[in-house]
Design a protein around this ligand. Structure first.
Ligand code: NAP
Length: 337
């Protein structure tokens, strides 16, 4: 089969499609014929050798896919049958013609969504769901400050925060992005390039601050985050787009707020954790994607690339141009390179 590959870590131009062995599903696994796979920052970091796949995972890029069940491995327990459409969370291996998935990480495609839209759901939405509910313990009426509000994870988190009855605020790097994310449910948005998001959050909350902060920025935001965290607030760190270094009195400032700092990574979680997360998301959230509902959830697809243009897709993401997800079409996107 063809798969996205790189021989040396580095620029997007190192990426190409390579003929590799088609994987075989092991016990409890299913083989999917991939229709589409969305891009994530993790793919960019892995391409630069800054984020390695967990032990045992495929070293092919791609953390989420949609497609059709092509083969059921031995001792599978679930309801899946060959030919059924499905979407799945992966620890790697999605940007290829076929991918092997633990059956517990498969989900049905919400009615009314295309396979291309469905590919934009698993990694971003399961991450946002996990951060808000399992880690951040968000409650109705609370204020949630969501950094990179226009990202794949951010656009999911805003909609999920609204669904939970919370009040989402976002940061983003342009007014266009802010206006678009307000349409998804953000109560307010702050352009971090032009204003102090911390002061703006305190003003919005009349001095109380954000009860939960979903933070994929890290180093460059720490001081402003602590300044606008509510007393007893939960600061959930899940990425380091703004660097990993902290200079200054983080601990005393956090202590003065009685603040809780949590960190979370989804990819390296074990199979049992992912199975429970996928099951909770399937039961509690997937029904809200039914498009006949007034506030239906929707995956935000910014752009679609054929798989053979994976290098262009990486460049576009690294330039921070996307609002929502970048999807790679695999089944129809191989063509001649
Ligand atoms: N821990 C986990 O389990 C987990 C899982 C999934 C994703 N993540 C993390 O979540 C983050 C978002 O991932 P994604 O794939 O959804 O991203 P994405 O769609 O590529 O969006 C990222 C956005 O972040 C903003 N940004 C980039 N660098 C920034 C900086 N230095 N300061 C402020 N804003 C910056 C840019 O928007 P602007 O135009 O607004 O600047 C950019 O478009 C990444 O850090 C990723 O590693 C973590």
């Amino acid at each position: 089969m063809l798969a996205v590959y790189f021989d040396q870590p580095g620029d997007p131009s190192n990426l190409y499609l390579k003929e590799v062995a088609k994987p075989e599903p092991g016990p409890g696994e299913v083989l999917l014929k991939v229709a589409a796979s969305a891009l994530n920052r993790a793919d960019v970091l892995q391409r630069r050798a800054q984020y390695h796949p967990p032990e045992g995972a495929s070293n092919i890029l791609g953390l989420e896919v949609s497609g059709h069940v092509a083969k059921i491995g031995p001792s599978c327990q679930g309801p899946w049958k060959e030919g059924q459409p499905a979407m799945a969370l992966l620890a790697g291996g999605g940007q290829a013609e076929y991918a092997v998935v633990p059956e517990v990480c498969l989900m049905p495609i919400p009615s009314g969504l295309t396979l291309t839209q469905a590919a934009a759901i698993p990694e971003a939405w399961l991450t946002a769901f996990q951060l808000l509910h399992l880690v951040g313990q968000v409650k109705a009426g609370e204020t949630v400050l969501i950094h990179a509000g226009s990202s794949g994870v951010g656009t999911a988190a805003v909609q999920l925060a609204r669904l939970a009855g919370a009040i989402p605020l976002i940061t983003a790097g342009s007014q266009d992005k802010i206006e678009a994310v307000k349409k998804l449910g953000a109560a307010a948005g702050f352009n971090y390039k032009e204003e102090d998001f911390s002061a703006a959050t305190l003003e919005f909350t009349k001095g109380a601050g954000a009860n939960v902060i979903l933070d994929c920025i890290g180093g460059s935001y720490w001081e402003k985050n602590v300044a606008c965290l509510a007393l007893d607030g939960r600061w959930v760190l899940y990425g380091l787009l703004g660097g990993a270094e902290v200079h200054g009195e983080l601990l005393s400032k956090l202590l003065a707020k009685r603040g809780n700092l949590f960190t979370s990574l989804l990819r390296s979680r074990d199979k049992k954790y992912k199975a429970e997360l996928v099951s909770a998301f399937t039961q509690q959230i997937l029904p809200h994607f039914a498009q006949d509902k007034p506030r239906a959830l929707r995956p935000v697809v910014d752009s679609v690339y054929p798989l053979k243009q994976v290098a262009e897709a990486h460049e576009y993401m690294e330039q921070n141009k996307n609002l929502g997800k970048i999807v790679l079409e695999v089944a129809s996107g191989l063509g001649s390179q």
